[in-house]
Design a protein around this ligand. Structure first.
Ligand code: MBD
Ligand code: FE
Length: 281
């Protein structure tokens, strides 16, 4: 069973590591030539950095200690998704014509509560944050609406915490799945998330502090959108003018992914429309 969530780096890190281990299927067949080519080039790149910067034994030992600590903190999913995943995503989605993708990050949980067409995300009675209506249409590349598309949405709360990775938050808080109706439309009633801060008390936080970087991701929505016969797209959406939209620590912001919400027609909070176009499978 997953460890009880806890706000420390080791707490959320351990949960992310356990979640990843659960979703990871048994290893695929090994292509020795490809492993050799990639591993050789990765190691050569690192050797070149050592020469370029004249890395010392003290620095080499600091690296060893830090790598050991990343594992102890369970922060490998966080480290990889913050500093590496954006390039994997760039390569994976280079030839798509539909909606732009972005990284998944470490806090996705499959199987969130399902709704049809329009729903309020599971949230606490006194959930903090600006009420926010996020709606749109799922289409194919020709703009034809897709019925029964799945739109999965998960995001941090107004304090920047994710359910199942921080303590005291109901299990499916701010996580939900909508199946589109015949018109391809979906509408989520939620609240605006806060920016996300990488835990400062763990190994990733230690790297950030030692390098003099900042630990922030801009406020964001995470999405997975899919339909039969179409490619699933994983992406994120951001808010125009929000802090760190220009300098996301995870380098996962793209111009097409920035929302411009307006005051809601209902008179409470804000709303925005964003449409998704799915590539054929
Ligand atoms: C997040 O919320 C996130 O989306 C990513 C990519 C990395 C760390 C925290
Ligand atoms: Fe996130």
């Amino acid at each position: 069973a997953p460890t009880a969530p806890n706000p420390t780096a080791a707490g959320s890190g351990r949960n992310a590591t356990e979640r990843f281990a659960q979703k990871q299927r048994s290893a695929a067949e090994v292509d020795h030539a490809r492993v050799s080519a990639i591993a050789t080039d990765a190691l050569s790149a690192l050797h070149e950095v050592i020469r370029e910067h004249q890395v010392t034994y003290d620095e080499y030992d600091a690296l060893k200690a830090w790598l050991i600590r990343v594992g102890e903190d369970g922060e490998w999913p966080l480290f990889l998704d913050v500093w590496i995943e954006h390039v994997v995503e760039e390569v994976a989605n280079a030839s798509r014509e539909g909606t732009t993708g972005s990284i998944e990050g470490p806090y996705y949980i499959p199987g969130s509560p399902e709704f049809r067409s329009e729903a309020t995300l599971p949230m606490r009675e006194d959930e903090k944050g600006t009420p926010f209506l996020f709606q749109g249409t799922v289409t194919d590349l020709e703009g034809e609406p897709i019925e029964d598309a799945r739109v999965e949405l998960w995001h941090a709360d107004a304090d920047g915490y994710y359910s199942q990775f921080a303590p005291g938050i109901p299990e499916w808080n701010l996580r939900g799945t909508i199946r589109t109706g015949p018109d391809g439309r979906f509408a989520f009633h939620t609240v605006r998330p806060a920016p996300y801060q990488i835990p400062t008390d763990g190994s990733c936080g230690a790297l950030i502090a030692a390098a003099g970087w900042h630990p922030w991701r801009p406020a964001h929505l995470h999405l997975k959108v899919s339909a039969p016969g179409k490619q699933l797209i994983t992406t994120q959406l951001y808010f125009e003018g929000g802090s760190h939209v220009e300098d996301d620590v995870a380098q996962a912001v793209k111009p097409e992914l920035i929302l411009r919400p307006t005051p809601a027609a209902s008179g409470t909070g804000e709303e925005v429309t964003y449409d998704f176009a799915l590539d054929p499978a």
